[in-house]
Write a protein that binds this ligand. Structure first.
Ligand code: ATP
Ligand code: MG
Length: 393
């Protein structure tokens, strides 16, 4: 709580941002904007840059728990310190720590001070010693610098001093947006929403692309993809799902190619359609939920044939994860229950019993030449629908 007692303050730290020397100001600015968006409606009065950290002021009329929960989902945040702000006055700071310590609940403690303002008259070590002595005298607890039950922290900045004894871990990663846009192929399954989350963690902004087989199947997969994308974006970003009718393309493939190649051909035409979308959105890569060896069609040979379809690199954040690890992540990000609800998946529609596991690019290219799908692709692309998800801009 601040001295004026109308707001409480949080200091927000970022980890990897400081590694990117040249881009630092840009990264900080992006994180600040992302935080402002994520904290909308929570009584936040100001988010400011403050000597290599960000400060957030929240009105006391709002609870801090939701604010902390949102920051724990804001990529780029390494940790958050809920602090109490003071004047630049050593006695006031020391008295505040002693008052806090008197609430008890520990046998050993340490004081950790940091003095950014070198003009502050009491040096770091001396601060730690004097406040440590005062706390020991007031509580009877002993100082333990190695493994303290409790750590009391003091931070001296240029204009204010801060005390705190709690630290909330953030999610790490990089602020969404600093990596540019990517096209995420989003099915209604378990994997692709998790792939989206992981690529967002590395600072990429998703443009979701979903393929459905309506009118041959119902529309449920579209609703589901939109809901999944909305869950992934939540209060963090504004994004969109581009939903593309794929049934006619599939029908043509089924009618004219050997069944073991079906899934691979579906995927290659999905990639081509996705690239039509991503070109307009200036995306730098495609992202899928593919995994190595999870299903018999996901072999290195097949992934390689897919890599030679379009122009953008295909990123596969889940490539090396076990299914259980993916399920755990899906539960953590809140998409699992939705993903396992039944829907008409365009790839189980007309799914062959015996997909090829070691396709050769040459054979696939030959099959495609005979298919001549260009016109149908253009039609599917023209008939796409766009649904906004996440934060409303
Ligand atoms: P998921 O759980 O994401 O569906 P999966 O393990 O079921 O993945 P596949 O169904 O083989 O794997 O799909 C592999 C990837 O291809 C998906 O993760 C997704 O990125 C993309 N994909 C599959 N079907 C669709 C679809 N209908 N729309 C968009 N992308 C799709
Ligand atoms: Mg699937």
């Amino acid at each position: 709580m601040s001295e004026d007692a109308k707001t409480r303050t949080f200091l927000v730290y970022y980890g990897e941002l400081s590694l990117k020397k040249g881009n630092r100001a840009y990264f900080e600015q992006r994180l600040l904007k992302n935080m402002q968006r994520a904290l909308r409606g929570l009584g936040v009065q100001a988010v400011r840059r403050l000597f290599g950290r960000l400060s957030v002021e929240q009105a006391l009329t709002h609870e801090p728990s939701e604010l902390l929960a949102r920051l724990q989902r804001t990529y780029g945040v390494s940790h958050v310190d809920p602090v109490v702000r003071h004047e630049l006055d050593f006695d006031a700071v020391s008295a505040a720590v002693v008052a806090q310590a008197k609430r008890g609940g520990f046998d050993s403690f340490a004081i950790r001070a940091k003095r950014v303002n070198k003009k502050f008259p009491v040096r770091t070590l001396e601060m730690e010693r004097r406040i440590g002595g005062a706390v020991a005298a007031a509580t009877g607890a002993r100082v333990d610098l190695e493994k303290p039950d409790r750590v009391f922290r003091v931070l001296i900045l240029n204009k204010d001093a801060y005390t705190y004894d709690d630290r909330v871990e953030g999610p790490g990663g990089l602020p969404i947006g600093v990596g540019g846009r990517v096209g995420v192929l989003l099915s209604g399954g378990i994997d692709s929403p998790v792939a989206a989350e992981l690529i967002m963690k590395r600072g990429c902004h998703p443009v979701f692309i979903h393929f459905h087989s309506a009118p041959f199947t119902d529309q449920s997969s579209v609703d589901k993809a939109v809901e999944l994308a909305d869950t992934v974006c939540a209060s963090r970003i504004a994004a969109e799902v581009q939903s593309i009718p794929f049934g006619e393309v599939q029908q043509k493939i089924v009618a004219s190619s050997p069944s073991p190649y079906r899934v691979l051909l579906y995927r290659r035409y999905m990639i081509r359609l996705a690239e039509l979308v991503t070109r307009r959105r200036k995306c730098k890569a495609l992202v899928t939920g593919e995994n190595l060896g999870q299903v018999s069609s996901q072999t290195l040979e097949n992934l390689s044939v897919l890599d030679h379809t379009g122009h953008l690199p295909i990123l596969r954040p889940l490539l090396c994860y076990d299914k259980q690890e993916i399920v755990d992540l899906a539960q953590e990000i809140g998409t699992f229950d939705l993903s396992i609800e039944p829907h008409s998946d365009c790839c189980s529609f007309l799914l062959p019993p015996n997909p090829i596991t070691n396709a050769k690019l040459k054979d696939v290219v030959e099959l495609e030449a005979a298919l001549d799908l260009e016109e149908l692709l253009q039609k599917a692309f023209a008939e796409r629908e766009v649904f906004p998800v996440g934060v409303r801009p």
